[in-house]
Design a protein around this ligand. Structure first.
Ligand SMILES: Nc1ncnc2c1ncn2[C@@H]1O[C@H](COP(=O)(O)OP(=O)(O)OP(=O)(O)O)[C@@H](O)[C@H]1O
Ligand SMILES: O=C(O)c1ccc[n+]([C@@H]2O[C@H](COP(=O)([O-])O)[C@@H](O)[C@H]2O)c1
Length: 201
């Protein structure tokens, strides 16, 4: 797990990164800037529990490619979940919180994940324990209107103009951040590779 000092603000950005792309880079940059983070942990998961792992590249390869993609020294590439046998985000977050007292954490995800957040293990517990920043993504811009999580925690939504306060707020607290968007996706890159065509950016 990356080293942190008490009082720091840290964004937790979990992903398959199969492969990592400029869309992930953009999310990391937006989160660092808008949330005023000291660090962003780019956590390469052993595997999303809701996705097939058939075409999942090895962890080492995804970590190495992520390192090349990391936008600056505040972004820490890590794969500690695999090393500690953590497969669900709720487990990971409980582990991280226990080991790092006095750190202000925020969970970061793209808007597509907001749409299916209610399918995650212990999703309510996650939202009640960690502030969450959702970053806009083409195709999921209106996710905050329809998603179960957004409805269940509508009272806890924070205006994105106050996003820099999010790390210091007591959960539940979440915000939806608009800004520059990227249409890139790992699945498009994988299928473009399979057919030898470039993916749209
Ligand atoms: N273009 C993007 N814009 C905003 N968020 C993104 C973008 N691409 C990925 N993310 C977010 O980054 C995190 C990691 O995503 P992931 O590694 O699954 O990439 P992906 O492109 O969504 O992959 P796939 O196409 O295989 O589902 C998730 O929270 C996802 O919502
Ligand atoms: O814990 C769960 O039930 C769960 C379900 C779906 C996704 N996640 C996590 O969400 C993060 C984003 O996943 P992905 O595949 O969209 O990059 C990654 O850290 C996954 O492990 C977690």
């Amino acid at each position: 797990m990356p080293h942190v000092e008490r009082g720091m603000t840290v964004g937790l950005f979990g992903g398959s990164f199969n492969p990592p792309h400029q869309g992930h880079q953009l999310v990391a940059e937006i989160a660092l800037r808008r949330l005023g983070l000291d660090q962003l942990w780019w956590m390469v998961t052993p595997g999303n529990p809701l996705k097939s792992h058939n075409d999942l590249a090895g962890l080492g390869e995804r970590v190495e490619l992520s390192r090349r993609m990391a936008p600056g020294p505040k972004v820490k590439i890590t794969a500690f979940e695999a090393a500690h046998d953590l497969h669900y985000t709720a487990q990971t977050l409980a582990f991280v919180k226990l080991r790092n007292p006095g750190i202000h954490f925020v969970w970061i995800m793209g808007a597509d994940n907001l749409r299916q957040f209610h399918k995650w293990q212990d999703w309510r517990a996650i939202a009640e324990t960690f502030p969450i920043a959702v970053i806009d993504r083409p195709g999921s811009t209106l996710a905050y209107l329809s998603s179960k999580m957004a409805k269940a925690f509508s009272h806890a939504r924070v205006d994105e103009n106050h996003a820099a306060l999010l790390p210091f707020l007591r959960a539940p607290a979440w915000t939806f951040i608009h800004g520059p968007r990227s249409s890139l996706s790992s699945s498009a890159i994988r299928s473009a590779r399979a057919t030898n065509k470039p993916a749209r950016s």
